[in-house]
Design a protein around this ligand. Structure first.
Ligand code: FAD
Ligand code: SF4
Ligand code: SF4
Length: 410
């Protein structure tokens, strides 16, 4: 408990009981008693007019550290079987901005086996330093091995900020590290900023079903840890001439350190929808009316050389796999062209696609909110509009083919 009542001062007025949002104060014999429900929010301190409530000393808090000892920004460079994930490049772009603002180096943390080429690329993508743990037990991800190596690195080098991708792996690893180093972690951030005055990372993420954006800080513990959604931040630029330091080491890891054994890695039989990397996405919503409607969406997507996306309503209805879902609880995308067909434009859907370069919306309701973010809007029945679009694209193909034939014959 981080607040306590000074019994002698308490006059039993009960004000603190009324202001406590967590029902954490009880009255006994006209004295206030703080219970285990207390979250140390501090509201009762302000309410008590006789200063009968005080905060216990900060140093008593579990894991509290001297935050001034912590410097530098770290990015976890997630790789799978030697392939660097795009989210790592996005984090390098964002990490670079934060490190420059704080005037500290940006380090990439790379774990794996024989992935030296990735270490080089991380420098070209903006890292000043790569902390590269090379070990055969890091070849395939296991929570325990990765947590141990990164925990040891944090204890030794003390970064003030650490960012991970909100991928399946990052969502497993991030909380394990933060629990071990006794710090906080903000999951699924969509925006990051720094308060330069006190070097605080301002971590913004959707809250309460996406109805508001909450900005979260971690004032007393370090590092400040956040997972960031893939596709939200802009990728770092690749600079062939960039130089930096690669600190390669072989961590002290033994088979006994890893209780869970990976027997086999089996790739999902389902085709993985590469929505985050797609340049063109054609998405279908409840306006399709039935699952068969996605055939038309696929036809248009194929015609444009794109992939199929979907709103959550269609996923929930079982019309299409969840891997196609765009939005707050789906994927965040920023293609060159996003075509929304029969999608109303709920805030949770917009959260995943409004950064697209060009948005085209097809909806029969002229007041549908999707038109507010659309660059081009077509008011009409999608079952009439899409076939006409496909036909028009066929005509374009035809014209191109004829043009090619004429120019080759000439
Ligand atoms: P609707 O809102 O029902 O819209 C259908 C649209 O189709 C209407 O605008 C209608 O005018 C139009 N239409 C109907 N017939 C036709 C036709 N023949 N031709 C043309 N237009 C037609 N949603 C997401 O998409 N992604 C998310 O990640 C997501 N996460 C969520 C997380 C939370 C916590 C919550 C609470 C909700 C989330 N949602 C998400 C759901 C979201 O709030 C909406 O319910 C959902 O996006 C609606 O999907 P829709 O636009 O397909 O359906
Ligand atoms: Fe006691 Fe202060 Fe609470 Fe009043 S507000 S009951 S004086 S602790
Ligand atoms: Fe309640 Fe907050 Fe006071 Fe704890 S610090 S007793 S939670 S008002």
């Amino acid at each position: 408990m981080a607040v306590k009542v000074i019994e002698l001062k308490c006059i039993g007025c009960g004000k603190c009981v009324r202001v406590c949002p967590f029902d954490a104060i009880e009255m006994k014999d006209k004295k206030a008693i703080i219970t285990d429900k207390c979250t140390a929010c501090g509201q009762c301190l302000e309410a008590c007019q006789v200063d009968a409530i005080e905060k216990e000393e900060e140093k008593r808090r579990a894991g509290s550290v001297d935050i001034n000892e912590y410097r530098g920004v770290w990015v976890f460079a997630e790789q799978r079987q030697g392939n660097l994930l795009n989210v790592a490049i996005e984090l390098l772009g964002e990490g670079r901005k934060i490190a420059d603002a704080l005037n500290v180096p940006l380090s990439a943390v790379l774990l794996g086996h024989n992935v030296d080429d990735i270490a080089e690329r991380l420098i070209k993508y903006g890292a000043d330093q790569v902390l590269y743990a090379d070990h055969k037990l890091l070849d395939i991800y296991t929570t325990e091995a990765y947590t141990k190596v990164i925990y040891d690195l944090i204890k030794e080098r003390k970064p003030e900020i650490m960012l991970l991708g909100a991928t399946n792996l990052g969502r497993d690893l991030g909380p394990r590290i933060s629990a071990r180093v006794h710090t906080g972690l903000t999951a699924d951030c969509t925006k990051l900023d720094v308060d330069l005055e006190n070097r605080r990372l301002m971590q913004t993420r959707p809250a309460f079903g996406g109805n508001l954006m909450a900005t979260i800080i971690c004032p007393d513990h370090r590092p400040q840890m956040a997972t960031v959604r893939p596709g939200v931040m802009e990728k770092a630029k690749y600079d062939e001439n960039r130089k930096g330091e690669i600190v390669k080491f072989s961590p002290d890891l033994k088979e006994e350190d890893i209780r869970a054994k990976v027997v086999e890695v089996v790739k999902a039989a389902k085709a993985i929808v590469a929505l985050e990397d797609a340049k063109i996405i054609v998405s279908g919503g409840r306006g399709l009316g039935n699952p068969e409607g996605f055939k038309l969406i696929k036809e248009l997507a194929d015609k444009l050389g794109g992939v199929v996306g979907a709103s959550r309503a269609t996923v929930d209805a079982g019309w299409i796999e969840q891997s196609h879902q765009v939005g707050q609880t789906g994927k965040t995308v920023r293609p060159s062209l996003y075509v929304a067909c029969g999608i109303s434009g709920a805030i949770q859907h917009l959260a995943g696609m409004q950064e697209s370069k060009v948005i085209v919306a097809i909806n029969k309701d002229p007041d549908a909110p999707i038109f507010k973010v659309a660059d081009f809007g077509i008011v009409g029945d999608l079952y009439e509009v899409i076939p006409e679009l496909i036909e028009a694209l066929d005509d374009v193909d035809d014209i191109v083919e004829r043009f090619k034939a004429v120019s080759q014959g000439a």
